[in-house]
Design a protein around this ligand. Structure first.
Ligand code: ZN
Ligand code: FE
Length: 255
């Protein structure tokens, strides 16, 4: 039986995610921006938290970890590469390691770029990937610590997952990302349609995450940097994929 997913809005524009294995009752939260909305969601579902999974060290993703651990006794898992700047870890993991939530196995991917040591968690049987500030809906995280080739390699790993994977990312940035994306590919019909859908959803106060990987592949300019038509509109027909990605990221930073 696949994991049950709940999206939990936190702080001003963050998302945490609850995943629950109905067979065993095991329940994990991916990132803890703050405690109260996560506790409320657990109570509403009648779930007992067993695991806290951390994607990266930024405060808006870990600010509530120690408090939630103290209240629930949940075990905390995060990247070994980030152990020096994360709350105390019960388990430190790296790419290639697996984690379990009840009967479901998740695979750890290193998706460094936004930060070095940022991990994503892929649950293939449930078709879920938790990407936080690496791959985002119509965007990607800013390059605070990694360079463009590093982030491009990270995004390429995520792009290679099955297209029917649900991308569970860390922020509600999609409307602004859409306004930028159409400046890169004004003639991408799928992008135009998605930008309208996103604007309508936000006008209603609805979340625009999670999103389907197939939709990101069709519309997210940061995943499309390798395409000849995208390099052409950038005026960089001979560029490497990472160079084209770097140019799109640079334009977004100035947008
Ligand atoms: Zn971050
Ligand atoms: Fe963040």
């Amino acid at each position: 039986m696949p994991l049950t997913l709940r999206t939990v809005a936190c702080l001003s524009d963050n998302y945490a995610y609850l995943i629950h294995d109905p067979a065993t009752g095991a329940t994990a939260v991916v990132d803890v921006p703050e405690i109260a909305p996560i506790e409320a969601a657990l109570t509403a579902e009648g779930w007992t938290l067993t695991d806290i999974l951390i994607t990266h060290h930024h405060h808006d993703h870990i600010g509530g970890v120690d408090g939630l651990r103290a209240k629930t006794g949940a075990k905390v898992t995060g990247a070994s590469a980030d152990a020096h700047r994360l709350p105390a870890l019960d388990r430190a993991v790296a790419e290639g390691d697996t984690i379990t939530v009840g009967g479901e196995t998740g695979h750890v991917l290193d998706v460094s770029g936004h930060t070095m040591g940022h991990i994503a968690l892929h649950f293939p049987d449930s078709r879920l990937v938790f990407t936080a500030d690496s791959l985002m809906a119509l965007g990607c995280g800013r390059l605070f610590e990694g360079d463009a080739p590093t982030m491009w390699a990270s995004l390429s790993k995520l792009a290679a997952l099955p297209p029917d994977t649900l991308v569970c990312s860390g922020h509600e940035y999609t409307a602004a990302n859409a306004r930028f994306a159409v400046t890169i590919e004004p003639d991408n019909a799928a992008l135009r349609t998605r930008a309208d859908t996103v604007a309508t959803a936000r006008a209603r106060g609805e979340a625009t995450v999670p999103s389907m990987l197939s939709e990101e592949l069709a519309t997210n300019p940061f995943l499309r940097a390798s395409l000849p038509e995208v390099k052409a509109v950038l005026g960089m027909p001979g560029a490497t994929d990472a160079e084209a990605f770097a140019e799109i990221r640079h334009r977004k930073d100035r947008f």
